[in-house]
Design a protein around this ligand. Structure first.
Ligand SMILES: *Cc1c(COP(=O)(O)O)cnc(C)c1O
Length: 393
């Protein structure tokens, strides 16, 4: 690191790109769980599932897992995705969206993004549908819902399953309805450390399909027909159990669920704070050579998990340099995402070239994600804005 930037870092505290918002309530809840003697999946997990399902409403069932990646894997498994099948995924996402398809011996088929919203491009989805296509996995990028009416319509016409990767979308409304209550087959949320709420690691599968719910409950815990807590609390001897499928070890701990219950009770404040920060960026960055994020229209809403800006052609600095200059000035940023067509595993095994994904490629070259999280102060944000103005005007 050059000497001058070290000095700068000492002068101003570094503003991380993201931080979880954990208060005394979460700490007390986890301590209580530790003292209770039951730390793995049990009453807290059940309570968390019930409260999460009630938050979404519309009669959904919520099944807790130890990551969204595990949840997406279980969802695809329950829907019968297997060898020879193809599943359509966006290229502009985290590798988890595609890797779960491979877990089942199926093939991810990557499609380009819509240049305006950075969500799945509907025309590209339709063009990618072939005789082996079985499912579409839309990702609600940054917290803005995909064009779900169009996706669900395509799914109906071609007889496809729809699994929403809603890792960024808690809570997001699409045309008034919360993501998780739409007419897809399954929706999966993430509680990873930097998401809109966290359990450290964790995820939630949401569905109204009772058969899918039953299957993911079974497969999340080794394919055992009765869960450990039911056996533990049974009044009659309950040592007997049956393994009816070769399942997985994907259950959430009560320690994590206790934290999740406390986080869920703060969602209204978390969302309002994220919306305020986004609104301030929208206003304060308007006159800079930036393309600001697409906004929700009508009665749709944005979860503002990420605030992604793109440098315009007339910007005086390139993306990599801007990230470096901001870092020297004590401001953390990130890039969401390095498109999967650029990652060696997907590029090489699926023979992908950047020219196949012009919109995602153009976005990738110019994008950065600004700090936006509930723990950052107005002063933190104003410092970010002032530095962007200096570097971009
Ligand atoms: C974070 C993320 C995931 C994975 O979530 P985990 O809970 O860490 O497994 C999946 N998809 C997207 C788009 C993500 O951002």
């Amino acid at each position: 690191m050059p000497e001058d930037s070290t000095k700068l870092n000492e002068a101003v505290p570094f503003l991380p790109f993201a931080l979880p918002d954990i208060g005394e309530e979460e700490i007390a809840a986890v301590v209580e769980c530790l003292r209770s003697g039951w730390v793995t999946t049990g009453p807290k997990t059940r309570q968390f599932e019930q409260e999460f399902g009630a938050y979404l409403g519309a009669g959904v069932e919520a099944i807790a897992v130890n990551s969204a990646t595990a949840g997406l894997h279980l969802a695809l498994e329950a829907l019968g995705i297997g060898p020879g099948d193809e599943v359509i995924v966006p290229t502009l996402t985290f590798t988890a969206t595609a890797e779960v398809v491979r877990y089942l011996g199926a093939q991810p088929v990557f499609v380009d993004t819509d240049a305006a919203t950075l969500n799945l491009d509907l025309a590209a989805v339709e063009a990618a549908i072939g005789p082996r296509t079985r499912a579409i996995m839309p990702v609600h990028y940054a917290g803005l819902a995909c064009e779900m009416d169009g996706i669900l319509e395509l799914a109906k016409i071609y007889g496809l399953k729809v699994i929403e990767d809603a890792a960024h979308a808690f809570p997001t409304r699409y045309k008034g309805k919360l993501v998780g209550t739409l007419d897809s087959d399954v929706t999966v949320f993430s509680f990873y450390a930097n998401k809109t709420m966290t359990t450290g690691e964790g995820g939630m599968i949401v569905t109204r399909n009772a058969a899918v719910a039953r299957r993911v409950r079974l497969m999340r815990i080794h394919g055992i027909s009765q869960d450990a807590f039911q056996r533990y609390t049974a009044r009659t001897p309950a040592w007997f159990y049956e393994v009816v499928a070769a399942g997985f070890k994907y259950n959430l701990t009560d320690l994590a669920a206790a934290m999740g219950i406390a986080q869920l009770s703060k969602m209204a404040r978390f969302l309002t704070r994220r919306q305020c920060l986004a609104a301030e960026y929208n206003t304060a960055l308007r006159d800079l050579p930036l393309r600001l994020p697409a906004l929700p229209v009508g009665d749709s809403t944005h979860a503002w998990h990420l605030y992604v800006v793109r440098l315009r052609d007339d910007a005086p600095i390139e993306r990599d340099a801007l990230i470096a200059r901001l870092s020297e000035r004590g401001i953390g940023t990130s890039v969401h995402f390095i498109p999967l067509h650029r990652q060696p595993i997907w590029r090489d095994s699926c023979q992908l070239r950047p020219e196949q994904f012009p919109a995602a490629e153009a976005a990738y070259q110019t994008m950065l994600s600004l700090p936006l999280y509930t723990k950052m102060s107005d002063a933190d944000q104003q410092r970010t804005i002032a530095n962007l103005r200096e570097l971009l005007l």
